[in-house]
Design a protein around this ligand. Structure first.
Ligand SMILES: *Cc1c(COP(=O)(O)O)cnc(C)c1O
Length: 369
């Protein structure tokens, strides 16, 4: 039996490279609280992502949660249910009401034609997701936000390094939040970042990630603790040296998948987006049972029997979660509902061998009826 293939595998530098990077932490005993590694990573990421301002946090979730707090959002927030739990949880944990907008069936980002009908006098923001690294219709979202005086916070957890029309993806919207979790294209073990334009917002966010402390004798906000520590920042400095090479290897794997499967009837791949430099973060495919013969769950089962770990990502939709009271109705987002029932993300990481891609594809093809 060949080795088990997981859906993802974290990128890591050589051990010696990391050991070298953390040596100075032993000399200084400065372990966290915006130390030299934090400062250096902040500087390098600002340049790599081509952004005006960036702050580093413990994780992508706190990036979202504290950004919403720092913007002082109130009332309702228009968002997508086709995302990881974090996006919706961050909204609800801020005491805001998520209003779910459907997604488009082409790239699964927010359907911009459906946003305006959801706006009420309580709406304060739009929180779209660049899902799987697919870029939202940023121009149309900006037009709507300006017209209705709404803030835009992008959940950019999947779009590390993505560029649109030559600009870093976090140039768009008021705020963009990245995740540097172990499973993402670029990781700092756990970590996240907030990119923003407004300096005042940045000052508030910097206090919120440090208990709301303004100076030694003044606490001005009800903050949390979300500071990236020096060991995570050191991991980030190492991984940043290799991320372009890692993305190139992901691209080769994605191309191999497409060679094998793109012409098969009943398997849908998201088409390449115009003017987008992508990062190959995920490989989502949608199965049409009427054409392919097998449905998503059957393919998932057969892959599992062959020790191949695909994921039903994003299933279930966040607007079906039990924890929300009052409950939401997923039938109000029918496109997202249908996609979530038919989608699988296939294994994808830099070190995935092309022969393994071939094996995964032949297992999938064996399901066709
Ligand atoms: C991973 C992820 C997050 C949360 O990031 P963490 O760093 O794991 O806290 C938020 N939104 C989306 C879409 C994600 O995939």
């Amino acid at each position: 039996m060949p080795d088990k293939i997981l859906v993802t595998r974290s990128s890591m530098p050589d051990f010696d490279e990391y050991a070298e990077e953390i040596k100075s932490i032993w000399d200084s005993h400065w372990l966290t609280n915006m130390g030299p590694k934090h400062q250096e990573l902040q500087k390098q990421l600002k340049e790599y992502l081509s952004v005006e301002n960036i702050d580093l946090l413990t994780n992508g979730h706190m990036a979202l949660e504290l950004s919403m707090q720092a913007l002082g959002l109130m009332g309702e927030v228009i968002t997508t249910p086709f995302t990881f739990a974090s996006t919706t949880q961050a909204i609800v944990r801020n005491g805001l009401k998520p209003v779910f907008c459907d997604v488009n069936p082409v790239d699964f980002t927010m359907d911009v034609t459906k946003i305006e009908s959801l706006i009420t006098d309580k709406t304060s923001a739009i929180v779209p997701v660049h899902v799987y690294g697919n870029v939202c219709n940023v121009e149309e979202i900006e037009r709507i936000a300006k017209k209705h005086n709404l803030k835009v916070i992008y959940d950019a957890a999947h779009t590390f390094g993505v560029r649109y029309k030559g600009k870093g993806i976090a140039s768009f919207g008021d705020v963009s939040c990245f995740s540097f979790h172990a499973t993402k294209v670029y990781n700092t073990i756990e970590g996240g970042a907030v990119c923003y334009h407004d300096a005042k917002f940045g000052e508030t966010l910097a206090r919120l990630k440090n208990f709301g402390i303004k100076d030694t004798e003044t606490v001005s906000e009800i903050g949390a603790n979300a500071k990236m520590n020096e060991f995570c920042a050191a991991m980030g400095l190492c991984n940043l040296r290799h991320v372009d090479a890692e993305i190139a290897k992901r691209k080769a794997a994605v191309e191999r998948y497409k060679q094998n499967l793109a012409s098969v009837d009943g398997i849908y791949f998201v088409p390449e987006q115009k003017d987008v430099q992508q990062n190959y973060a995920y490989l989502p495919v949608v199965f049409d049972k009427d054409v392919f013969g097998a449905d998503r769950d059957e393919v998932f089962e057969v892959l599992g029997q062959n020790d191949i770990g695909a994921r039903k990502y994003f299933y279930p939709l966040t607007n079906t979660f039990d924890c929300y009271e009052p409950k939401f109705d997923a039938n109000e987002t029918p496109v997202a509902l249908k996609i979530s029932q038919n989608i699988l993300t296939l294994p994808l990481y830099a070190d995935l061998a092309l022969e393994d891609v071939d094996r995964i594809c032949s297992v999938i093809l064996s399901c066709k009826k």
